[in-house]
Design a protein around this ligand. Structure first.
Ligand SMILES: [Zn+2]
Length: 215
C-alpha cells in the first residue's frame, strides 16, 4: 500500500534524526559524492543498498541495461554535472547477470521502442560473435554479453568529450566496469578501468579478445 511508503519514510527520518539531530541539515547543505553510478533500472540492483552508501555519497543514473548512448542528453547531463560540478573521482558502470534488458535484446522478439534502445547490445554480441558461448549454453552466453556490455559502456564513456576534456585538464577521474550477481548479492570488478586517454582504447577491448584475434 502507498501509505506504507509514507509510514516507512517517517520512521526512517525519525531514526536518522535520533542518531544525529543535524543529519538532514548537514545533508541539505552539501552534496559532494565521490562516485557516479551508472546502473540498470532493475529494482533488484539499488546502488546505495548494495554498496552500503548513505544518501549524499553516490550520484546515480539508471536506465535499462546500463547503456551509454552517445546522444542521450539525460545521461550526458548527469555525467557533465557529476564531473564538472560535483567533481566525482570515480564513475562506475555496473551491470548485472540475468539482466532482462540484455535478454530482451537477444531473444529475437519484438518488444517495442525498447528494441531501439537495446540495439547496441545486439551490435556488441554480433561483434564478439563466435567467441561467445554457443546457443546451447544460453545462460552463460547471456552472462558473457552482460559482462561485455559493461566493458563497452566503460569504453564509450571514456571517449565522451566530457571525460576526454576532464582528463586533458589533468582531472583524476577513473571509470570502472563492475557486474552484480542477483543470486549471491556480490559485486565483481571486470578489470576494465580507464583513468586516462590511453586507457580509452584498452577499455574497449573485449575480454574475449575478439579484437586481438582479428575481428
Ligand atoms: Zn538489467
Amino acid at each position: 500500500m502507498l501509505s506504507d511508503l509514507f509510514e516507512h519514510n517517517r520512521r526512517w527520518a525519525d531514526e536518522k534524526r535520533r542518531d544525529d539531530p543535524d543529519y538532514f541539515r548537514k545533508l541539505a547543505g552539501l552534496q559532494r559524492p565521490e562516485y557516479l553510478w551508472i546502473g540498470c533500472s532493475d529494482s533488484r540492483v539499488p546502488a546505495n543498498v548494495i554498496t552500503g552508501l548513505e544518501p549524499g555519497e553516490v550520484f546515480v543514473h539508471r536506465n535499462v541495461a546500463n547503456l551509454v548512448h552517445r546522444a542521450d542528453v539525460n545521461l550526458l547531463s548527469v555525467l557533465e554535472f557529476a564531473v564538472e560540478t560535483l567533481e566525482v573521482k570515480h564513475v562506475i558502470v555496473c551491470g548485472h547477470y540475468g539482466c532482462g534488458g540484455v535478454r530482451a535484446a537477444m531473444d529475437g522478439n519484438r518488444h517495442g521502442v525498447i528494441d531501439h534502445w537495446l540495439q547496441p547490445i545486439r551490435d556488441i554480441a554480433d561483434g564478439c560473435g563466435e567467441f561467445l558461448p554457443g546457443e546451447d549454453d544460453r545462460e552463460r552466453r547471456l552472462d558473457r554479453i552482460c559482462e561485455i556490455n559493461v566493458q563497452a559502456q566503460v569504453a564509450g564513456l571514456a571517449r565522451t568529450p566530457i571525460i576526454q576534456s576532464a582528463w586533458k585538464r589533468g582531472r583524476a577521474i577513473a571509470i570502472h566496469g563492475w557486474i552484480y550477481g542477483l543470486d549471491d548479492g556480490l559485486l565483481r570488478n571486470l578489470e576494465c578501468s580507464a583513468s586516462g586517454p590511453g586507457d580509452a582504447v584498452k577499455a574497449g577491448r573485449c575480454s574475449c579478445h575478439c579484437i586481438d584475434k582479428g575481428q
